[in-house]
Structures are given as C-alpha cells and as structure tokens.
Ligand binder design. Structure first.
Ligand code: KIV
Length: 287
C-alpha cells in the first residue's frame, strides 16, 4: 500500500465532484498550511492549494514568481492537515506550457510528492493539448478560465474578463477546449453573470466561480481575503471575519504586556525546586 492510499480512499474524489454538476453548490476555499487546512476540512468539498500562495503568504506581486517546489511544499502541508476534502494543487506558471512530457513529469511530481488527488491548470489555448496529454495518462485536471492570473504580464494587470462579445466567445471556446481535453471541473474567474450563466449551462462538468456570480455550480474564494486579512480585497469578496483587526489588536496587547513586564506572569513561569541535597534542579510550572 502506498503512503497516500488510505487517505485517498476516505477523501471526496474527483468523481464525487464531477457528479455534483447541477446539484448542491460545491464549497471550495484555498489552503496553504496544515493548521488552516485542518480547520477548513470539515466544511469544504475542495481545498485548493492555489498559486495565490505566492501573493498571500510570500508577498509576491503576482503568481508568476511561484515555483513548482513552493507548490509541492504547501501541497504537502495541506495534505497533512486535512483528511476529507479533495485537495487540488495549482500548476504554477511555466510548469505546463512547454513540451507535454515536461508538463506530465511536473504534474506527476506534484501528485506523487504531495499525495493530492488532482492539479489545476489555467486554460490558455496553448496548454489545452497538454491538458489532454495529462488526463490521458491518469492525471486529474481542474481547468481555470476567464481571468487567468498567470496571464497578468500579457494582460497588463488583473481585470474582469468577457464584457465584450468577442471576449465572451473566446472564453466559451476556452471552456469547450478544456472540457474536450477532459477536465473534471472548471474554475471560472472574474466574469459577468451572463457569461457565467452561459458557461455553466454549456459546461458538462461543475463550474466553480470566483467573482463569477451565483450562476456557477460552486464557489471558491482566497481564504485570507474572506477572513479579512488584507486592507483591501476585490469587490466580489464577502468578508466573514476581521483577521487583520484581530491580529493587530492581539499583537498590540502583547507588546504592551511585554514592555510593562506584565507578561510572562506567575502562571506562565517555571520555578526550580531542590528536592534533595545534590539532586538535580527540577523545573516545575507554577500553580
Ligand atoms: O490561485 C488561486 O488561489 C486560484 C483561485 C483564486 C481560484 O486560482
């Protein structure tokens, strides 16, 4: 039995996700670390180890600087922290655009070294052939159309896509290409409701929206956006927490306590007792 076999058996599978087309909405969030994955796991169908980790955790200006090794490290952490959700790991910029054999070797590394059940690939027209190549060889792929963050350099920034008819047709074509290549689900990012409705109606596998209205078969957000860690976040994010305020106020209180010697207190201190003459000192906590 492989090291990952027992966890894979008890997790939500790619097939389970495919069967949710048109059913109850899929609940998905990004995860990058073991403790956060553990907290989210009971509530989520999919935990996505998104390459947004580069911006959210590592402070990069875009996802372009994210490497395969970074994705594998965070994928391993999320797998360790979760046991129920389907874990999908993003293939970073540059890992799937070249020769199909290289894309396959990179995807195999991700699956083998993390134990995750699937990868996600942004569906630029140039990678559709590679997606087919991977799926044919047993790599489950989730697609990503609409606003594709890895295209930030050619697009000149992040902007909602598909407002004009020409771009709408282009995104519908990207969806068809991804479906023909065999994706089991499709992230749809930053598109107007009318296009999301059309995509969801035409797409035979579940669409998972981010900034793509309620018309999709499921929703995903970047967890730290949703928890309110950042000063500003995109308009489509609903904040379910104020992590920023919570952290700032906790750290402010800690700093004040340290500065005024109110931390550590008696109950947070170890004291030494000498039991017998010559016996070693034993540290015991107070109280
Ligand atoms: O990298 C990421 O977090 C993503 C989601 C925003 C869908 O691709």
């Amino acid at each position: 039995m492989s090291a990952h076999a027992s966890t894979a058996e008890s997790r939500i599978s790619v097939r389970d996700i495919r069967l949710r087309k048109g059913q109850d909405p899929l609940v998905c969030l990004t995860a990058y670390t073991a403790p956060m994955a553990g907290l989210m796991d009971p509530y989520c169908d999919i935990l996505l180890v998104g390459d947004s980790v580069g911006m959210v955790v590592h402070g990069l200006p875009s996802t372009v600087g994210v490497t395969l090794d970074m994705m594998i490290l965070h994928g391993q952490a999320v797998m360790r922290g979760s046991r129920r959700a389907l874990v999908v790991v993003d293939m970073p910029f540059g890992s799937c655009e070249g020769a199909p054999e290289v894309a396959f070797a990179n995807a195999v590394r991700v699956l083998q070294e993390t134990g995750a059940q699937a990868v996600k690939i942004e569906c630029a027209p140039a990678v559709i052939g590679n997606i087919r190549y991977l799926v044919d060889r047993g790599v489950p792929v989730m697609g990503h159309v609409g606003l594709r963050p890895q295209a930030v350099l050619v697009e000149g920034g992040f902007r909602a896509r598909g407002r004009e008819a020409e771009e709408q047709n282009q995104i519908l074509a990207e969806m068809r290409g991804a479906v023909d290549a065999g994706v089991f689900a499709l992230v749809v990012e930053g598109v107007a409701e009318s296009l999301a409705t059309e995509l969801t109606a035409q797409c035979p596998v579940p669409t998972i929206g981010i900034g793509a209205s309620a018309a999709c078969d499921g929703q995903i957000l970047v967890t730290e956006d949703m928890l309110g860690l950042f000063e500003s976040s995109p308009r489509f994010v609903r904040r379910y927490g104020d992590l920023r305020g919570l952290v700032a106020s906790a750290v402010e209180r800690y700093a004040k306590d340290v500065s005024t010697r109110r931390f550590p207190g008696h109950g947070e201190t170890y004291f030494s007792t000498r039991r017998k003459a010559g016996a070693p000192l034993v540290d015991i906590p107070a109280g």
